[in-house]
Design a protein around this ligand. Structure first.
Ligand code: NAD
Length: 320
């Protein structure tokens, strides 16, 4: 039975691919006191990751981390091999392409010690397809974060057909130890779990535009000003438990279950992302954004996320 690096011995983390997700992961690992070895094949990535970290650092400080960002804690490597040499854990965040990840995994398998865990940020690829017949497939797991990983606690962890269950457990323990909230998925399905939940809601949100149920802005408000507020605190099952009043989930299932099952019968239509519908969605969002750029909206989102996380931390709902 393979034995893996002890959790306490993890000091150096390799961040492979430093785009949207990799740069954010690097920020998080640095804030938790790890040395990061980063590598990306694109031009100008070194300047981009440093600027990302410098911009994100004040948010991390607002969450209670008081240290300064020390550039000496991150090594901007000039090759994949250099980034992987002597590493204790790998977080892979390369583009979402099966062939690319398969060939990258082969190199990672070759360049790393066999007792360290390799975790992929993939949002939708299946680990069994990516790990194929790697020599040490047992230690490859999915560690799927939510954007931006330096703020959002959730990480979905699962293995492929050839992954060792102990490797999955190792990754869950590791992420939890460093302040993330890891959940274990028991099966491989496209999109894992959280994005499927999100996709189910988004399907209805798109259908609501296609069927002219309400404006894009009102559909957003229907979530953000309503159930979304509760979902930041409790998940859908717990919310439904409370819907049943003193009778809890049992009462809710008996009382509201049949009615909602009736709605489900009417919910098997998929929206068609036609040119007209796409235009309607984009126009609606531009109207609501009122000239705010994507960067401004991201800043707004992250500022508010930090406030929410501070509150959740105070309530001991997250160990961030
Ligand atoms: N964007 C999201 O919201 C999100 C959320 C969770 C997970 N993910 C997953 O994270 C991964 C990265 O997504 P992203 O949004 O950061 O993409 P991105 O395009 O922003 O970044 C990908 C980076 O990988 C680099 N790259 C290209 N070829 C590479 C190679 N062979 N090896 C290593 N790096 C390489 C690119 O230069 C780029 O900097 C994907 O698997 C994606 O599914 C994305």
């Amino acid at each position: 039975m393979p034995s893996y690096q002890s959790l306490d011995a993890v000091k150096n983390i390799s961040v492979v691919g430093t785009g949207t997700i990799g740069a954010s992961w690097a920020t998080y690992f640095l804030s938790k006191g790890f040395k990061v070895n980063a590598w990306d094949p694109s031009d100008g990535w070194e300047q981009r990751i440093l600027s990302f970290i410098n911009n994100a650092w004040p948010q991390i400080q607002n969450l209670g981390f008081i240290g300064e960002f020390k550039e000496t804690n991150i090594i901007l490597c000039s090759s994949l091999k250099e980034a992987l040499t002597g590493t204790d854990f790998v977080q892979e965040s390369a583009p979402e392409q099966l062939k690319l990840k398969q060939s990258l995994f082969k190199q990672i398998d070759e360049y790393t010690s066999k007792n360290i865990i390799v975790s992929s940020s993939t949002s939708g690829l299946i680990m069994s397809d990516m790990q194929g017949r790697l020599e040490n497939a047992n230690r490859f797991v999915v560690g799927h974060p939510f954007n931006p990983p330096h703020l959002i606690p959730l990480v979905e962890v699962l293995g492929g057909k050839n992954t060792d269950v102990l490797a999955v457990d190792w990754a869950i323990n590791f992420y939890n130890k460093i302040g993330k909230h890891a959940i274990k998925l028991k099966k491989e399905v496209p999109g894992h779990l959280a994005n499927r939940l999100q996709a189910a809601l988004w399907r209805e949100a798109v259908l609501a535009v296609q069927n002219d149920l309400a404006s894009v802005e009102d559909i957003n408000a229907a979530v953000a000003m309503g159930p979304g507020l509760r979902w930041a605190l409790m998940g859908p099952h717990m919310i439904m438990n409370l819907t049943g009043g003193a009778g809890g989930y049992r009462k809710m299932l008996d009382h509201f279950g049949p009615g909602i099952s009736g709605w489900w019968e009417t919910m098997n239509e998929n929206p068609q992302l036609s040119t007209v519908l796409k235009k309607e969605l984009i126009n609606g969002i531009e109207e609501e954004a009122k000239g705010r750029s994507i960067a401004q909206l991201e800043e707004e989102r992250d500022e508010q996320l930090v406030e929410l996380l501070i509150m959740l931390k105070r309530l001991k709902k997250t160990g961030h």
